[in-house]
Every structure is written in C-alpha cells, then in structure tokens.
Design a protein around this ligand. Structure first.
Ligand SMILES: Cc1cc2nc3c(=O)[nH]c(=O)nc-3n(C[C@H](O)[C@H](O)[C@H](O)COP(=O)(O)O)c2cc1C
Length: 186
C-alpha cells in the first residue's frame, strides 16, 4: 500500500478561515494510503533576495524541506483584491529560492479557491496558476474548483454541512490523485 504525502497550503492565516475549514475537510477525507498535511506559512518573514547569500531566516529551511518531502501540493486560497493573498505569494517565493533549488519543482498541484462572494476567488485561482506554470508544477485542469458563498457551507463548529460541495471536493481530490499518479509522484 502506498503511503504518499500531500501538502496543503492555505492562503489565509485567519483563525476562523473558511479556506482552513475546506483544508480540514480534505484532510479528514484523504483516501487510504494518502496523508494530507497542512504546511504552515504564517511564520515566514517576507522574502528578501539578500537572504540567499546568507543570514537566511530560521523558518525558511524547515519550510523548504517540508515542501520538498511532499509528493504533491494542494493550494486552498481566498482572494485578496482580485489576486493571491500576500502571505501565500510570499510562501511561494520563499520555496522557490535559492535559484535552482526550488522546493516546488515538478510537484503536481491542485488549486482550490473560495470566497464569501459570488465570484469564487476566480482571480486568485488564476493568478496562482500563472506562478505554477513558472514553478514547473503540473496542475490539475479539470474539474476546476471555485467555491462561492463559502460562509454558507459550514456550521458553527466548522463542519461542512453542504453535501453537494463535500461530494465535489472528495471526487476532485480523487481526480487530483489520479492526475498526480501520471507523474509517478503518487
Ligand atoms: C484584504 C482583503 C481583500 C479581499 N478581497 C477580496 C476579493 O478580491 N474577492 C473576494 O471575493 N473576496 C475578497 N475578500 C473577502 C474574502 O473572500 C473573505 O474575507 C474570506 O473570508 C477570506 O477567506 P478566509 O475565510 O479563508 O480567511 C477580501 C478580504 C480581505 C481581508
């Protein structure tokens, strides 16, 4: 039986983040043989290219190692001002350097976006995809996952109560695993 590791990176640091709740749902519904684990990004100081010449912030190395140890990556993100939240872009930049040692290289990726509005963080989803092209991360194309009005899908305890969304997330997680297997990663 395979025991593959899939990292989940959430683009919100908010305690009650809906995107964190989606990530939790995915972790709770990982198929047997697959371990889904959240990779924290809030502790990473803003990337500065000078760090590549020494004096690297302490938190960078464990973060980069953690990403490198994953077989695939899931991004679950909100949209800030029609783009990716700065904290997520910072994590992407930190993981991508030093030049030639990117932790992301070749890892299959899946992008999930959600918003409290109707547009489902489409802008963030596609700005993120633009970075994933450069990072050489083959990304699941279909089904696309845009979750609108996300605040209506959870109860007070943070449980997903909308079964249609739950089934869609579980089914798309299976599609992502099948997709990633094509790259001999899972
Ligand atoms: C700085 C900021 C910018 C935002 N910009 C957008 C936006 O462009 N599009 C959108 O749909 N929602 C936007 N929102 C609302 C978010 O969808 C909402 O805060 C959501 O709950 C954030 O995700 P989270 O619950 O995972 O923290 C913005 C929120 C903040 C704080």
């Amino acid at each position: 039986m395979s025991n593959k590791k899939i990292g989940i990176i959430v683009g919100s640091l908010r305690k009650e983040s809906f995107n964190k709740k989606i990530a939790n749902y995915l972790m709770q519904h990982a198929p047997e043989g697959y371990q889904l684990e959240c990779i924290e990004i809030g502790q990473l100081p803003l990337y500065n290219q000078d760090y590549d010449e020494g004096n690297t912030p302490q938190s960078y190395s464990p973060f980069r190692t953690k990403v490198k140890n994953m077989d695939a990556i899931i991004f679950v993100t909100p949209e800030y001002n029609r783009s990716v939240p700065g904290v997520l872009k910072n994590a992407i930049d930190v993981g991508s350097r030093p030049y030639g040692q990117s932790a992301w290289d070749g890892k299959p990726a899946w992008v999930v976006s959600s918003s409290i509005g109707n547009l489902s963080a489409f802008g963030a989803n596609h700005h993120l995809r633009q970075s994933l092209v450069f990072l050489n991360m083959p990304t699941l194309q279909q089904p696309e996952v845009y979750i609108a009005n996300v605040q209506k899908l959870f109860d007070e305890q943070g449980n997903l109560t909308d079964e249609k969304t739950g089934k869609f997330l579980r089914d798309t997680l299976s599609s992502f695993i099948a997709f990633a297997k094509r790259f001999d990663k899972l």
